[in-house]
Design a protein around this ligand. Structure first.
Ligand SMILES: Nc1nc2c(ncn2[C@@H]2O[C@H](COP(=O)(O)OP(=O)(O)OP(=O)(O)O)[C@@H](O)[C@H]2O)c(=O)[nH]1
Ligand SMILES: [Mg+2]
Length: 294
């Protein structure tokens, strides 16, 4: 058998190309939150996959943000850029048949010295697979990719091939984590992420970007996890929308989050949620630090 390899693989790309979905597919577990809205990911998550001959440390990065100005976005963009620079290999995730100026902007931020594999994602949406060839040829003109691999995070198509290619770019090294460990993040972190995913999914276009989640308490009581969370918004009007008529919106968000937490933790969860206003937190450096943005 060939030597064991271990190294980091960064997932880079413009928002909404499917980086988090691909991470989940590769590790075989839902770790990173996913929504149809751009700019869902705010915190880096390392997802770990250990096979017979390789340990992959995948780092899911925020999509490089262009849509909203402010301190939050500067922090996210810094994380996206630094994450790609530090990895052994970077996967540039691009949507099949859709390479936009925003995609090229991400690519330009990855240093030329970095090994980059392009994953052409969402090929399940391409009706005529022959269209992929000219698209791949166009991509080849953008950069000297180590490889270009069409995949579907949704169906899993070609994901084993992507893993095989990535392994070739990782250094020979022993495993950095125990083989059954899936992530470097703890249960408390995932509680906040899951709740944030439900907010993204339940609310309209703009409001999710004005919300963040803080876990105030995470306590094990026998088999029960007792979790208290604050959802921060920027204005009273946003608080009203989030809570909804007779509290129905918040109730729906909280129970969806609780169900996902119970699946992930494999045990019962009590989840208490409060909505509080903190004016303009996305522009407030101190608030951002408290919420864990570098
Ligand atoms: N049809 C199809 N949809 C996909 C695929 N991969 C991801 N999606 C969808 O694309 C949307 C965005 O997916 P995410 O995984 O959140 O994308 P992301 O790149 O992490 O986005 P940000 O975190 O916002 O940068 C979601 O609605 C996914 O369900 C795929 O292979 N096929
Ligand atoms: Mg994401």
């Amino acid at each position: 058998m060939s030597a064991f390899r271990c190294g980091t693989v960064a997932l880079a790309g413009r928002p909404n190309t499917g980086k988090s979905s691909l991470l989940n597919r590769m590790v075989g577990q839902k770790l990173a939150i996913v929504s149809a809205k751009a700019q869902t990911t705010r915190h880096r998550v390392t997802g770990i996959l250990t096979t017979d001959d390789c340990q992959y440390l995948f780092v899911d990065l925020p999509g490089y943000q262009t849509r909203h100005a402010g301190a939050l976005n500067r922090a996210l963009n810094r994380a996206a850029t630094e994450g790609a620079r530090d990895a052994d290999v970077t996967v540039f995730v691009v949507e099949a048949l859709r390479c936009l100026p925003a995609d090229r902007a991400v690519l330009e931020r990855i240093p030329v010295s970095q090994t980059v594999v392009a994953a052409v994602n969402k090929v399940d949406l391409v009706a005529n697979q022959r269209e992929l060839l000219p698209f791949v040829e166009r991509l080849q003109g953008l950069r000297a990719f180590a490889a270009i691999v069409p995949v579907s995070a949704r169906t899993g198509r070609n994901v084993p091939e992507l893993l095989r290619v990535l392994r070739g770019h990782l250094p020979e090294a022993p495993a950095a984590y125990p083989e059954d460990q899936l992530t470097d993040r703890d249960e408390r972190f995932f509680a906040a992420e899951i709740l944030r995913e439900k907010i993204f999914r339940a609310l309209g276009e703009e409001l999710p970007y004005r919300c963040d989640v803080q876990i105030d308490q995470f306590r094990l009581e026998g088999a029960l996890r007792r979790i208290e969370a604050t959802i921060w918004v920027e204005r009273d009007s946003q608080k009203a929308i989030l809570i909804g008529r007779a509290g129905e919106k918040l109730k729906a968000i909280s129970s969806a989050a609780r169900r996902d937490m119970e699946t992930l933790y494999g045990g019962r969860v009590y989840l208490g949620t409060w909505v509080k206003v903190r004016r303009d937190w996305t522009h407030d450096a101190r608030a951002l630090r408290q919420l864990g943005y570098g």
